[in-house]
Design a protein around this ligand. Structure first.
Ligand code: CA
Length: 236
């Protein structure tokens, strides 16, 4: 489930945003102040922030700058919502602090397209795009994984790990990076827990002879290699 936090003080805009996003099956949270948003993000980071520039109290831009300075939130996807009249001349340097911006008034279609583009770019596994690796298919909307059309039963952590890997093929991730991804960077968990989870995911994949795709990279960590499946299917 992809969660979007709306930070906006105009009720009519909030309503438009909420209706548009819920129709796309996003989970929507909302607040009208940057200060409350800061707390909400600290408690549970959303997958994307839709941030109004002009807010009572701290501005949306100030919040974006604060978020970019924190390790935990510096990669949080942010789309800034700006008002044409007041801010048109200032948006030039905005990309330093946010991933994209949209000017009021905007169409729901434009909004949806921009959200999808930012999510796909920033956090591939947060988007609703189905992923495929050979015979393996992962559907982020239904949280289901199929192998050659047959349902593969996975626990929630295994699903999250697989989703992360499938969205980033060919890249090596350390145990620490995987810990942050699957459990969150505040979790007090030992690195060897990652190995246990990887083993469980491999066991599930092995029932369909797909476990070779999840490679161990000696001294570094793990890598998702979708090409490995071809070797296996060729010998079946
Ligand atoms: Ca405003």
């Amino acid at each position: 489930m992809t969660t979007i936090l709306i930070v906006e003080d105009e009720p009519a805009i909030v309503e438009l945003l909420r209706v548009t996003l819920e129709a796309e099956r996003y989970t929507v949270r909302e607040t009208d102040s940057a200060e409350t948003a800061w707390q909400m993000i600290a408690e549970a980071p959303p997958d994307l922030l839709l941030l109004d520039w002009m807010l009572p109290g701290q501005s949306g831009l100030a919040l974006a700058k604060r978020l970019r300075q924190q390790t935990r939130t510096k990669a949080l996807p942010i789309i800034m919502v700006t008002a044409r009249a007041e801010e048109e001349d200032k948006v030039a340097g905005l990309e330093t602090w946010v991933d994209d911006y949209i000017t009021k008034p905007f169409s729901p279609r434009e909004l949806k397209a921009r959200i999808k583009a930012v999510l796909r770019r920033q956090t591939p596994e947060a988007s609703d795009v189905p992923l495929q690796a050979g015979l393996l298919a992962l559907d982020p909307v239904s949280h289901r994984v199929y192998c050659d059309g047959k349902l593969l039963t996975l626990g929630p952590l295994e699903f999250r790990l697989l989703h992360f890997f499938m969205a980033r093929p060919e890249r090596v991730f350390t145990r620490t990076q995987l810990l942050d991804t699957v459990w969150g960077d505040d979790a007090d968990i030992e690195e060897r827990t990652v190995d246990v989870l990887v083993r469980r995911l491999r066991q599930a994949l092995a029932t369909h002879r797909l476990d070779a795709m999840l490679e161990t990279v000696r001294g570094s960590g793990y890598r998702w290699n979708p090409e490995k499946q071809n070797d296996i299917t060729a010998t079946v």
